[in-house]
Design a protein around this ligand. Structure first.
Ligand code: PLP
Length: 375
């Protein structure tokens, strides 16, 4: 099988499995225990935090381990102070874990404003400026779209936030961006930034919320006071160790030129075969392509591709149970076209030859389907 649904989740690196295994078999102590074995594990976790911080260009005191990116995003929204009457601005391109957190606040009466996105999949800054004002308390914009791979101009948006709403917090969901398009969070000008382990070779069930030094974000979870009282809950030591190992492995093995070559090759092959590339922003991730074969339902294509040995996605896995796709509709696609969009997402272990073979198989599958439909 050629696996091309890495935006949903990636295979876990061997080094991450080894790191987790070691924590589970030998170093299974609680980080809050005061005897030497517990202290030693606590020291290891702090080492992991420093390692990850170095990969992200931030201070280790600014990183807080969570159970997943969904928790990190919800924390950002739940921690925001909305009184006296404040508003929140999110982009129309957000993942469900941001969008639904905003909807929950809207249902409680909060003024939630949705910034439009353009046909290339990126936020429309001209029509966002006027939404952010003195009363804005939180602005949240996804860094790399999990649907299209479009990269949002986070640093530029940060300047608008600082100018229009000096008291607002600026959050970005960096799940599809961390290490892949950025290794320096400071350059982005964000206050809060979300990361998920399982998109970068670590297991599912570990995430991070970056909280810039000096930002006071109340906890989402109260309890034993772990994470300097800001995120209670016994540390998931195996997965934190696995995440630190994954960051090392990713950074060592990531060949940007190779990923770009694969991206360009696949796009060219799709375009030459009459497919459209959706949300084809100039600034894009090399790991995500949203393509459309008009008239062919992505679900049908996904099954056909699977039978032929290729696993592809159709829109976000997290919106898999819903009909339609909020983000693709927001960039202007009609319902029929939305249903024809499929997502190819690669990782650093994807080879050029696998990418070529898989693209040929997908194109052939659609040709066969169209011939059958005509015949
Ligand atoms: N944000 C984005 C952009 C995602 O792609 C995903 C997962 O698909 C999430 C958040 C949720 O991540 P997690 O599974 O760690 O909760």
């Amino acid at each position: 099988m050629i696996y091309l649904d890495n935006a949903a989740t990636t295979k876990v690196f061997d080094c991450s499995i080894t790191a987790a295994d070691c924590m589970m078999r030998d170093e299974y102590f609680n980080t809050t225990a005061t005897y030497p074995s517990g202290c030693s594990v606590k020291t290891k976790i702090e080492g992991c935090r420093r390692k990850i911080a170095a990969h992200l260009g931030v201070n280790s005191t600014e990183l807080f381990f969570t159970s997943c990116a969904t928790e990190s995003n919800n924390w950002a929204f739940n921690g925001v102070r909305l009184r006296p009457a404040g508003n929140i601005v999110i982009s129309a391109g957000e993942h469900a874990s941001v969008y639904e957190a905003a909807v929950a606040l809207k249902n409680k009466g909060v003024d939630v404003r949705i910034a439009p996105i353009k046909t290339d999949g990126t936020i429309d800054l001209n029509n966002t400026d006027n939404l952010i004002d003195q009363n804005t308390r939180l602005v949240s914009c996804i860094h790399v779209s999990n649907e299209t791979g479009a990269v949002n101009p986070i640093a530029e948006l940060s300047q608008i936030v600082r100018k229009n709403a000096p008291r607002a917090l600026f959050h970005s969901d960096g799940v599809q961006a961390a290490l892949k398009v950025t290794s320096n969070l400071r350059e982005l000008g964000v206050d809060l930034y979300t990361i998920s382990g399982h998109k970068i070779g670590a297991p599912k069930g570990v995430g991070i919320l970056y909280i810039k030094n000096g930002i006071n974000l109340p906890p989402l979870l109260y309890g034993g006071g772990q994470e300097t009282n800001r995120r209670s809950g016994t540390h998931n030591t195996p997965y934190i160790a696995a995440l630190a190992a994954a960051c090392d492995c990713f950074s060592e093995c990531y060949d940007c030129e190779k990923s770009k070559t694969i991206y360009d090759l696949m796009c060219t092959m799709f375009l030459e075969s009459g497919f459209s590339i959706v949300g084809n922003a100039q600034a894009h991730s090399n790991f995500i392509i949203c393509a459309m074969a008009r008239g062919i339902k992505a679900e049908v294509l996904q099954n056909l591709a699977y039978e032929r040995g290729v696993i592809i996605g159709k829109g976000s896995s997290c919106s898999g149970s819903m009909r339609g796709n909020r983000v693709l509709s927001a960039i202007g696609l009609n319902n029929a076209d939305v249903e024809s969009c499929f997502r190819i997402s690669t990782f650093i272990d994807t080879t050029l030859s696998d990418a070529k073979i898989a693209t040929e198989l997908i194109i052939k599958a659609i040709d066969d389907l169209r011939r059958q439909n005509v015949g």
